[in-house]
Design a protein around this ligand. Structure first.
Ligand code: BV8
Length: 244
């Protein structure tokens, strides 16, 4: 059960400040039916740790298996909808323009689907494709040969998902903007993340603002939190952001 006094304190701070950053992770999409990174993998991939699969090395070693994992995830995500947590963030931002910067580690696009604008997507979007190797003039994404993964039938270059794999740099513009916002904010809500993946999790350790964690379980960032709201995003966020 959420501590009412903590909820009231955070609600009061939200009303009093104009510089809010929200950092979300896979947990905010859990109630939409998207398994988190730490949930057990299913099917063919049950025996793999996502951190091993979400790498260039794994893709080059077994392009078909890794590509099919992304096709499986795309199909699952394509069938789900944003939940009350995503919607509360979008609604708050539309009621209070310019006060909330949304930074996400998620690649599912559900914040954007819920109507959030200017989302800083640190790890890319699972529905984007890009060439594995630097594209040559013959590499035409629109004419890629069908396959798992699709490929250039002239030079053999492979298509890969447009996400940031482990060991890859994050998109500089999004990361810079997230770091600037984190340093300048008065309040940071850290929602649905285990705090295990860097540099994203580092935002909660470099912020000048009060850190509020929203998560039903302990996280690796709890020591950096001023307040912890032990609850689910789809329940806590509407109470926090939309109730007076
Ligand atoms: C990089 C896309 C350098 C792929 C993902 C220190 C500094 C910098 C890097 C490192 C560092 N230490 C280690 C590293 C390396 C590495 C890293 O962090 N490793 C960790 C695991 C130790 N980082 C990197 O490799 C990054 N790159 O640093 O490059 C560089 C620089 C220049 C040039 C070259 C290289 C890249 C990291 C990005 C990896 N890609 N995603 C894909 O999706 O396939 S990250 C991936 O993991 C997902 O995006 C996801 O967001 C993330 C997992 O974290 P969470 O979101 O927290 O999800 P998780 O499942 O862990 O937790 C879910 C939480 O939800 C839980 O707490 C649960 O309790 C909670 N929850 C459940 N239900 C609910 C809920 N909460 C609320 N409500 C609910 N209902």
């Amino acid at each position: 059960m959420i501590d009412e006094s903590s909820l009231r304190a955070v609600r009061g701070h939200l009303r009093a400040t104009s510089r809010i950053v929200v950092l979300t992770g896979a947990g905010i999409s859990a109630e939409s039916g998207v398994p988190t990174f730490r949930d057990a993998q299913t099917g063919l991939w049950a025996k793999f740790d996502p951190q091993q699969l979400a790498t260039e090395e794994a893709f080059r070693a077994n392009p078909r298996m890794v590509w099919d994992w992304y096709v499986f995830r795309r199909e699952l995500i394509g069938k789900v909808s944003p939940n009350a947590g995503h919607r509360a963030l979008a609604e708050f931002a539309s009621r209070h323009p310019g006060r909330l910067t949304l930074v996400t580690q998620n690649v599912d696009g559900l914040h954007q689907k819920a109507g959030s604008e200017g989302v800083l997507a640190l790890h890319g979007n699972i529905f984007d494709d890009q060439w594995l190797d630097t594209p040559k003039p013959c590499c035409n994404a629109d004419a890629a040969a069908a396959g798992s993964p699709p490929y250039c039938d002239r030079c053999g270059n492979l298509m890969r998902p447009g996400v940031v794999w482990f060991g890859e740099a994050l998109p500089m513009r999004a990361l810079d903007a997230a770091q600037v916002a984190a340093r300048a904010c008065d309040l940071m809500l850290v929602v649905g993340t285990s705090g295990a993946v860097y540099p994203a999790a580092g935002l909660a350790r470099t912020t000048a603002g009060q850190v509020v964690i929203i998560n039903p379980e302990p996280t690796e960032l709890d020591d950096a939190a001023d307040i912890v709201l032990r609850g689910k995003a789809a329940q806590v966020l509407p109470q926090l952001l939309l109730e007076e």
